[in-house]
Design a protein. Structure first.
Length: 282
């Protein structure tokens, strides 16, 4: 399966970010804690040269705690500030404000020396589609400021959001990059829902997920779906279809329905806390 999705509005969004970067003190980059490296847009590092950087490991409740800690250390070793958050329920959000102040302490000190007091920190919020930027902004601000949706591509333009007298946020649309050099990155992005499902082969996607779970989370499929232990991904998918009564006319197993079920269960955390990549294996 070949993964690629780069709608026209993403080119426009990237240009808009380049135009606004001079106004920015800090880049807040959201990544999906299940695939922190694969869910980073490599263009952001070029864009954010000489800017303070904060990485939010979002959806950290869906990733393994071991994975969260390893990735936190990995990014901190590279000079980023890092906070584990769950934008939906607000876990970790209270820590973000103080870390924003820490990340921008040089800027605050420079302002003070110039006699500029109380100029708000301007932060650009960036990340790939469906990583949870708008949900984070609304939770951080304590009110609905940004449009949200559980599908990629909801935010189409920029918007400034005044959080308080100390911080202003620039919300930006989610952008991918024009070409995935590594199709494994595309696969992981497809699994977490950052590429539109309509352009994917959901059956193939589920087979890849089953293969990964069998290799790294042994026994999980059998336990969650009450199926016998099966090494072969295709047989496992068939067994899930039978176990969950996913049927077509003529009593044939509905493999597409079973595939959607498994992928939804993974995305919603019903399979447990699963990290798809680790720093030493990425």
């Amino acid at each position: 399966m070949h993964f690629q999705w780069y709608p026209g509005h993403m080119t426009k969004a990237k240009r808009m970010m380049q135009e606004n970067i001079k106004l920015i003190d800090l880049i807040i980059e959201l990544v999906d804690a299940r695939i922190p490296l694969s869910s980073r847009n490599p263009d952001i590092d070029d864009l954010g040269k000489n800017k303070a950087r904060l990485i939010l490991l979002n959806k950290s409740d869906l990733a393994s705690e071991k994975g969260n800690e390893e990735w936190k250390k990995y990014f901190e070793d590279k000079g980023f500030y890092v906070v584990k958050v769950n934008s939906k329920n607000g876990n970790g959000i209270k820590n973000v404000n103080s870390v924003v102040q820490d990340a921008c302490k040089e800027k605050i000190e420079r302002d003070r020396k110039r006699g500029i007091l109380n100029r708000p920190i301007r932060a650009m919020v960036v990340g790939i589609p469906n990583v949870g930027k708008s949900t984070f902004i609304n939770t951080f601000a304590g009110k609905a400021c940004a449009k949200t949706g559980n599908k990629p591509g909801v935010t189409k333009g920029k918007q400034w959001i005044k959080l308080n007298k100390n911080v202003e946020l620039l919300d930006t649309p989610g952008i991918l990059w024009p070409k995935f050099e590594d199709q494994l990155v595309g696969l992981k992005l497809a699994l977490i829902g950052s590429i539109k499902d309509e352009i994917l082969n959901v059956e193939e996607l589920a087979l890849e997920l089953i293969k990964f779970l069998n290799n790294h989370y042994k026994g999980l499929m059998e336990e969650k779906y009450t199926i016998p232990e099966i090494e072969n991904s295709a047989f496992a998918l068939q067994n899930v279809a039978e176990s969950k009564q996913c049927k077509l006319k003529g009593n044939e197993p509905d493999l597409v329905k079973a595939a959607n079920l498994i992928i939804d269960d993974f995305r919603n955390g019903k399979l447990g806390r699963i990290t798809l990549e680790f720093p030493d294996k990425s």
